[in-house]
Design a protein around this ligand. Structure first.
Ligand code: GDP
Length: 299
């Protein structure tokens, strides 16, 4: 939480502090409300959510403002409500009947998939779970090598095939090893070449189908780069048409002032943000929590 606060306050502190400063003005005139809207839109919260938040703030501050003067508390409550407290953000990483849980990690190249797989592996190992990684992004030798490096770093096995081999066969082999060895969780890194949507759809559905012959896919995590704004949203939509996404991992939140994308992408896909990436290091990942996120924004 401390790290979340530090990292976010560096990149996004402007949002919370900026809103607070505007809302604390003596007179909340139309210019001020417009500036508040601009601030929210700049943070990628989206048009409709911005409108509803501003409407609520206007009403509440008119009604309660005079009595309590606790603008910060009102803003905090409304932001938490907007980010959502009623979503189940837990990761389903274990299977049942002695089978491993399988987590498929999908997203466009460069979003941070491989790094996310490595960081999740580290978290699970720290929780005393056994983990195997599958390098199903077989078209990029560098991605496979990078995953292997993460495997060494975290101390878990990495199943890889020859360059250009069938991603589904590598994924199957990784899960099979997981089943045979009684592993708790198999994390599968996948390819993300969005240029060929039909090809990617075939590939990912085959990966999923083949895995499900021997163990349940318990999570499909979509990795999204927070710095890509609307472009990221379009990609998210495409991926959600390709596979049934169960959770979102928002990466590079440390380098983005657009944390509001959390709100938009959850609305867009109807699934929660479950994890956030806060840097390139092995410990730079945190479970997403609405209240902690808003507290970090407000500083
Ligand atoms: P992939 O192509 O989707 O597998 O993406 P990678 O895992 O290779 O990540 C692409 C780049 O983004 C790498 O340089 C990572 O170190 C970096 N990266 C990943 N996650 C984060 C994050 O949360 N914060 C920052 N600052 N960089 C990240």
């Amino acid at each position: 939480l401390v790290r979340l606060r530090q990292r976010l306050s560096r990149s996004q502190g402007g949002l919370g502090q900026g809103l607070l400063a505007l809302l604390s003005r003596d007179r909340l005139d139309e210019d001020t409300w417009e500036a508040i809207e601009d601030t929210l839109l700049t943070a990628d919260i989206g048009v409709a959510p911005t409108q509803s938040l501003v409407d609520k703030l206007r009403t509440r501050l008119r009604v309660e403002g005079g009595q309590t003067h606790d603008t910060r508390a009102v803003l905090r409550e409304e932001l938490i409500e907007l980010v959502g407290t009623d979503m189940d953000r837990r990761l389903q990483v274990t299977g049942s009947d002695g089978k491993p849980g399988v987590v498929l990690v999908v997203g466009v190249n460069g979003a941070g998939k491989t790094t996310t797989v490595g960081k999740i592996a580290r978290i699970l190992v720290a929780e005393d779970l056994t983990v195997t990684l599958g390098a199903a992004d077989t078209f990029r030798a560098a991605a496979v090598d990078q995953l292997a490096t993460w495997g060494d770093r975290v101390g878990v096995a990495v199943v890889r095939g020859p360059e250009g081999s069938d991603p589904a066969s590598v994924a199957f082999e990784a899960v099979k090893q997981g089943v045979d060895q009684g592993i708790d969780t198999v994390l599968v890194d996948t390819a993300g070449r969005l240029q060929n949507k039909a090809g990617l759809m075939d590939e990912l559905s085959k990966v999923k189908r083949v895995i499900e012959k021997i163990a349940p896919v318990t999570e499909v995590l979509l990795v999204l780069d927070a710095t890509t704004g609307q472009n990221g949203l379009i990609q998210a939509r495409v991926f959600s048409e390709i596979v049934d996404v169960t959770g979102i991992v928002l990466t590079k939140l440390d380098g983005s002032a657009k944390g509001g994308i959390v709100v938009q992408v959850q609305r867009e896909l109807g699934v929660p943000v479950k994890l956030v990436g806060l840097g390139e290091g092995p410990d730079d990942m945190a479970p997403f929590d609405a209240a902690a996120f808003v507290d970090a924004l407000l500083g």
